[in-house]
Design a protein around this ligand. Sequence first.
Ligand SMILES: O=C(O)CCC(=O)C(=O)O
Length: 277
Amino acid sequence: MSLSIDRLSPALGAEISGLDSNTEITADLADQLHALLMEHQVIFMRDFDLAPAKMTELGQALGTLGARHHSYVTHPDSDDVVIIEWKDDDLPDAAEWHSDMTYRETPPFASILKGVVIPPAGGDTLWASMYSVYDSLPAGMKADLAELEAVHDMGAFRTPAYREGGNDGILEAYTNAKTAVHPMVSHHPVTGRPYLNVSESFTRFIIGLSAPEGGRLLTELFDRINRPEHHVRLRWKPNTMAIWDNRGTQHYAVIDYLPNRRVMHRVAVVEDARQPV
Ligand SMILES: O=C(O)CCC(=O)C(=O)O
């Protein structure tokens, strides 16, 4: 299939044209999308109106599904599609830089997100290339970070569990979500490129450093992730589809649209079918 590719920023992101709701989900298409994802880290398709069953099919063509998010409801037409809906005085939970579920030992490979109801203005999502952030670090800092590991947990994403279940609720959420230790500099399993693997949502402390010392280093790294030269920003429309590689990117969903309603459909792909063993 012939697709056109429009690169959106030097750091990451490309808009792909040539797909629509009639496009058949084939292994060949999945191969092409996977290759584009490895190159651009996040890809966007406009007017790609996939019904929940077809979105699930696309996810399955990329890998195995399974990590349904603890805090969202699933679509009545497909258990693998979660509905993310915010409105009125809700407190949306993704307005922090994060890579999905790094509190798991093996975080999901990719996510597919479709705009369903988009507010008249706002509700954009930003992605950051953690390759680009890593590449921009001074050489001495790269050498120091290469030796360090950090602990990731569910952080403030636990808050609803506390409101609903008090101490027991938070303990259960913590136990179910688990915690994980990751190298602060990880390597992408397909491209081999090094990327900075800490996020303000989920990275709590650095093994072997005191809390204040580790906190200062993490704050400096989080400031670097915030720099716009590492970002691409998507203005959603209904039926815009984004697919991101969770390894080497972070994202941030801006909350500037409430009380307007914003509804998204999302499929999480846990394992990359094309990742060499
Ligand atoms: O709603 C968005 O734009 C992104 C939501 C999010 O952070 C996620 O799906 O992991």
